[in-house]
Design a protein around this ligand. Structure first.
Ligand SMILES: [Zn+2]
Length: 73
């Protein structure tokens, strides 16, 4: 908790944005959710704050839920 500061949060936001950009041009409707999860985890690998990681994981689950809904035939 002590090691979480504004820099780290900006870090997470920037890494998240980079992952979203990457997926915007690389992901297709048939991209498996595991791939989406892997991309977000790879882009945010440097985040060490447990709270930020928890928040990240919740966001990933949200994105994957939306992904499943929009890519369903
Ligand atoms: Zn944090």
């Amino acid at each position: 908790m002590d090691d979480c500061n504004l820099d780290l949060q900006h870090n997470l936001t920037a890494a998240w944005g980079a992952a979203v950009n990457y997926l915007a041009w690389s992901a297709r409707a048939d991209t498996p959710p595991e791939t989406i999860r892997n991309v977000f985890q790879a882009f945010t690998r440097h985040i060490t704050c447990e709270e930020c990681i928890l928040e990240r994981d919740q966001r990933i689950e949200q994105v994957i839920r939306q992904w499943n809904e929009t890519s369903r035939p």
